[in-house]
Design a protein around this ligand. Sequence first.
Ligand code: DAH
Length: 345
Amino acid sequence: MMWNFQNIQELAKKEAKAITTEQELESFRIKYLGRKGLVSDIYASLSTASDEEKPVIGKHANILKSMLSQLMEEKKRIFLEKEEKFLRKDIDITIPGVVNSIGHQHILTQMIDTICRLFEGLGFVVREGPEIETETNNFEGLNIPEDHPARDGFDTFYLDQPDPENKEWNLLLRSHTSPGQIRIMKEHKPPLAVIIPGRVYRPDAVDASHSSMFHQIEGLLVDEDVKFSDLKGLLTVFCQRLFGENIKMRFRPHYFPFTEPSAEVDISCYTCKGKGCSVCGQNGWLEIMGCGMVHPQVFKAVGYPNGKYTGLAFGLGVERMVMRKYGIADIRLFYENDKRFLEQF
Ligand code: DAH
């Protein structure tokens, strides 16, 4: 077989000219000079060539091979030159670099982490529940049936038209983290101590103190002999660790359907030390969470044997906690992603 060496040379020159990267240069080498490349095909064809053809093919193959090597050397030299030029002249190492700002955890995440770590230190485990809940877990299991007046206070985003016959399948965006209690107790037997942080949703009109999404942290401890004094002791230790040893605590009787007795917890205002200031609305106390002893109806709903266990529960709003701690007046600031706000924490 005779080869059209002129064509091959022209094509190779054209291709070499178009090469701009090391990678393309390597492909070029493989195509022409590689083990299965064109030059080796040409040499291989010598074995079947006639006696007249052999010297012609051999000669031209050698010429082609050295031309290709030259083309490649030339390209390599150009690449190297460019690189050197770049290194020598085009970099001014005195120009300040571009610094990427690294960012940090959102203040709400920081507060959630701090609180979870505090409770972990007291022997609790952290668990999360889903944001989409069933009507049963969000309400019925927590002793808040449909006609219960307390249910008005938990305005709710339903994902579908609720079916009164089928509460297990009525899905909603949880309006508090308390359904996490039901999930944990359905799965585990006491003794148990869990902390459940997460987002909750309520169709509230958004203003300085309301948001349709906010964060809560739920706590639950169940065992055979848990007393109200345990609840008081636990929350007092928690608040002192979070707000300082010197704060005072106040438990005010309150009503929650899922606890009995129930209380709201106040701490003495750490700004004015209880004297009265604008942070505490002049009364010296800051309300920070709800709590109580788990209602027997709740134990019944999760299938615990009657009278065997007692438990304590509490729930707090993370945004409110942070707002109290830093004197933040508008809840919307947390979600607007204004770095001037976020970078302060
Ligand atoms: N789930 C209540 C709410 O969203 C907060 C709460 C109060 C949780 C008392 C509790 C508790 O576990 O014992 O307002």
